[in-house]
Design a protein around this ligand. Structure first.
Ligand code: NAD
Length: 430
């Protein structure tokens, strides 16, 4: 994920969004002052002995934006361009995301300035353990619970858990989520975000009176979120005509189209572990290979951005054909504010990121619940509960949007900020 949004500082943008909502809700000055900043921020050094014997110091962060509704929750990113401001923005967005799905959790985020591409596994393990050593007293199952994010994996989570448990002298699997299945991880986690997106699409189509079987979709990205979203959407009878992915060799994005519908299994067979589809093999299998941006120019009913931020922007929004009725934001921040205003005016039904991709954090919450109970659910149980939670959240937002004649994104923010502000007030903080 990039550090800025259309050239803006991500945190300034998150604060501007909040300020606009606070104004609209006539939020009191105390709650505004509290919620536009993080409650706690940690920035620390992580010294690591490198494989060549030298020592290198990495910068680590953890931001706990708000924990009025429960322990802070949010991922840890490894990124060479990580900044405290990016982490602040992402932590604030996590507070709203957890609140909109009504999880008893607050919002947090963490990061390390590093590039795992240039680090051995042993060096990465040392960074994970070092990160935990610096912050172990200020985190825990009852305070703040991290998870994987950009360039961190279940293996990183397990190293972090191991260090945390060594420090505390106890088994505390609820310290971190996104663990490997069998080591405290939850079944259903890998499909949770993509499936969650499709639960919200299904409810949207019901509301619009459109049969899923009659719809066509185009998807940006072919990674974890996109692959599982496509799987469930196809199971519901929808047709995906186009997907896009990043090509490592020539450092460009490409769109792959089959007018009568892509074959998911066939494409998975020619996709690498980073979600990159093999261009030559796709061509040989009969796909039209188009420039990356072509994904949003297709004559479809549904667009599903599931790759990067800022993809629907002032330059690209005009290329979206009139047939598009629904945009489901699988990615975080795929639409810039300028493009959003255009979509709103055109009457496109946008399922905002805070709601559409909340399936991931919801399943992380389920993982914690299972850890605390030390009892593990079947995959179907997890997915059933996920569907219920996502559907309830969707209906809540949609009700507010209808009742107050609001754009879905504004209704989402309204519910989230209201819930968090209420918790702060009820606790007597403001
Ligand atoms: P991923 O790394 O598994 O997949 C990313 C996909 O995007 C890959 O197929 C890659 O080839 C493609 N891509 C990258 N650059 C591209 C470009 N310029 N043009 C076309 N395709 C491009 O990532 P993911 O986990 O699927 O996450 C995707 C988005 O969803 C991110 O914005 C992420 O923050 C968000 N998200 C993910 C989760 C989760 O649980 N994985 C949860 C919430 C939000």
């Amino acid at each position: 994920m990039a550090q800025t949004n259309g050239g803006h500082n991500a945190f300034a943008m998150a604060q501007a969004q909040f300020d606009r909502m606070a104004e609209q809700m006539e939020l009191d000055a105390g709650a505004r002052a509290l919620l536009r900043e993080a409650q706690r921020e940690y920035s620390f050094s992580i010294p690591v002995r490198m494989d060549d014997g030298s020592s290198q110091v990495f910068r680590g962060f953890r931001v706990q934006h708000n924990d009025a509704r429960g322990p802070s929750k949010g991922g840890i990113r490894f990124h060479p361009m990580e900044t405290l401001d990016t982490v602040r923005a992402l932590a604030m967005w996590m507070t709203w995301k957890c609140a909109v799905v009504d999880l008893p959790l607050g919002g947090g985020k963490g990061g390390v300035v590093c590039d795992p591409h240039h680090l051995s596994l042993r060096e990465q393990e040392q960074i994970c353990r070092g990160w935990v050593r610096q912050i172990a007293r200020n985190m825990g199952p009852l305070q703040d619970v991290p998870a994987p994010d950009v360039m961190t994996s279940p293996q990183h989570m397990l190293w972090m858990l191991d260090e945390f448990e060594a420090i505390h002298g106890a088994k505390l699997p609820g310290f971190i989520t996104g663990k490997p299945v069998g080591m405290g991880g939850s079944l259903g986690r890998k499909e949770a975000t993509g499936y969650g997106v499709v639960y919200t699409i299904r409810e949207t189509l019901k509301e619009l009176g459109i049969l899923t079987e009659a719809t066509r979709a185009s998807v940006q990205g072919f990674g974890n979120v996109a692959q599982h979203a496509i799987e469930l959407y196809q199971q519901l009878g929808g047709t995906v005509v186009c997907v896009s992915s990043w090509n490592q060799e020539d450092q460009r994005g490409y769109a792959f189209r089959k007018m009568d519908g892509i074959d998911l299994q066939e494409l998975l067979g020619i996709t690498n572990r980073f979600g990159g589809i093999d261009k030559a093999k796709a061509e040989a299998a009969g796909y039209d290979v188009l420039p990356g941006e072509a994904w949003l120019e297709q004559d479809v009913d549904i667009l599903l951005p599931a790759a990067l931020e800022n993809q629907i922007n002032a330059e690209t929004v005009g290329k979206i054909p009139p047939r598009v009725k629904v945009i489901a934001e699988g990615a975080n921040g795929p639409t810039t504010p300028e493009a959003d205003a255009v979509l709103h005016k055109r009457g496109v039904f946008v399922i905002p990121d805070l709601l559409a991709n909340a399936g991931g954090v919801t399943c992380s919450y389920f993982e914690q619940v299972q850890n605390n109970a030390n009892y593990y659910w079947l995959r179907d149980e997890v997915l059933e509960k996920l569907d219920l939670k996502m559907t309830q959240a969707f209906m809540g937002v949609s009700q507010v949007a209808t009742d107050q004649k609001l754009y879905m994104r504004d209704a989402t923010y309204l519910i989230a900020v209201d819930r968090v502000a209420r918790a702060c007030r009820d606790r007597g903080w403001v």
